[in-house]
Ligand binder design. Structure first.
Ligand SMILES: Nc1ncnc2c1ncn2[C@@H]1O[C@H](COP(=O)(O)OP(=O)(O)OP(=O)(O)O)[C@@H](O)[C@H]1O
Ligand SMILES: O=P(O)(O)OC[C@@]1(O)O[C@H](CO)[C@@H](O)[C@@H]1O
Length: 309
């Protein structure tokens, strides 16, 4: 089974504005509302790709109930922990220039006891999961080494742990050696504390692999993605497309990578499948993700090659 963990989920509101005027009232149009947060988007992707995911995490209040109800409608198995504070609402505003402004709340804190319970649930459920995906930020006041501790606890077990987070939580978690990480270019640059050329992205990823992380996938927006393992350095270029919304593009890639891992695809096929999924997803509105039929169509358009390390 593929399980996803979203400690800090969100209800995403996608909105449209002609332009965002700072220090003014902005009148916006409503486009879509979605059950979201990175791990939840990954679960939606896994389901759309024909596998049965399980979504874990913390939900609270009316927004939490919305997430539970939506995932039920999408026939996604959930085993959430109910918490005292309301789940956050995030806003994604698309303007006339197709720029996406993302307004993400930090997420209200969890109590110490809620944190202990979700930690225990993750470890328990990991035992039945071939792949466990930890996705997104941590709510306010959560110890920043939360993911690091979860991964350390699962070291030496059969569970493959994928991680998609950012900033300090990512930096610390690298020390516990997750199986796979999927930083975008900016997140990788944050880890390194400097801008990176394409060759530097390859060598930094190779260093991470040498340190004990099995697979590093770096997503680079319209420039595609790179997958690095001990044996392979593959690069995939997406076709040029008219973007509808990039929200969830990275998450859809992680979902596709999990499915590709479960199916034991080759390195090149894993990357092709993941990039095709992301391309199909950026053509879907809001935080929605694409399905297998669309992915199969885009796989023909994604060019993958082995590059020199
Ligand atoms: N403008 C674009 N044109 C073609 N493909 C794109 C474009 N933007 C994103 N993609 C595809 O989506 C993948 C993921 O995008 P990106 O690197 O922006 O991830 P991300 O920052 O993790 O996304 P998010 O956090 O919004 O889910 C890219 O590797 C690429 O395959
Ligand atoms: O604030 P975080 O946890 O870093 O990211 C949350 C989020 O921006 O990520 C998803 C897109 O990747 C959205 O559905 C959601 O609102």
């Amino acid at each position: 089974m593929i399980s996803t963990v979203t400690i800090n989920p969100a209800v995403d509101y996608s909105l449209k504005a002609d332009e965002i005027k700072l220090d003014k009232v902005n009148r916006v149009d409503f486009l879509a509302k979605s059950a979201a947060g990175k791990g939840i988007n990954v679960a939606k992707a896994v389901k759309k790709l024909g596998q049965e995911p399980q979504a874990l995490g913390c939900v609270g209040g009316v927004a939490g109930q919305y997430i539970v109800d939506e995932l039920k409608k999408q026939e996604i198995t959930t085993d959430f922990n109910w918490v005292e504070n309301e789940t956050r609402i995030n806003f994604k505003v698309i303007d006339n220039l197709n720029q996406e402004t993302k307004i993400n709340q930090h997420g209200l804190p969890l109590t110490e006891s809620e944190l202990e319970k979700i930690f225990a649930k993750i470890i328990e459920q990991a035992q039945q999961s071939e792949i466990l995906i930890l996705g997104g930020s941590l709510p306010e006041n959560t110890p920043v080494d939360f993911y690091q501790k979860v991964i350390a606890e699962l070291n030496g077990t059969a569970t493959k742990v994928f991680l998609d987070t950012s900033e300090e939580a990512l930096k610390l978690a690298l020390k516990s050696k997750p199986t796979l990480i999927k930083p975008n270019l900016r997140e990788l640059e944050e880890i390194e504390g400097q801008e990176l050329s394409f060759q530097e992205v390859i060598s930094v990823s190779q260093d991470l692999v040498t340190s004990g992380i099995e697979t590093v996938v770096v997503s680079m927006g319209a420039d595609g993605a790179l997958l690095v393992t001990e044996k392979d350095v593959c690069y995939a270029r997406p076709p040029q497309v008219e973007v509808v919304s990039t929200v969830g593009a990275g998450d859809s890639m992680v979902g596709a990578l999990a499915v590709a891992y479960a199916k034991n695809y080759s390195a090149q096929k894993k990357l092709k499948f993941a990039v095709a999924m992301s391309v199909a997803t950026i053509l879907s509105p809001g935080s929605e993700v694409a399905n297998l039929v669309e992915v199969k169509k885009w796989m023909k358009e994604v060019k993958v090659k082995q590059v020199e390390g």
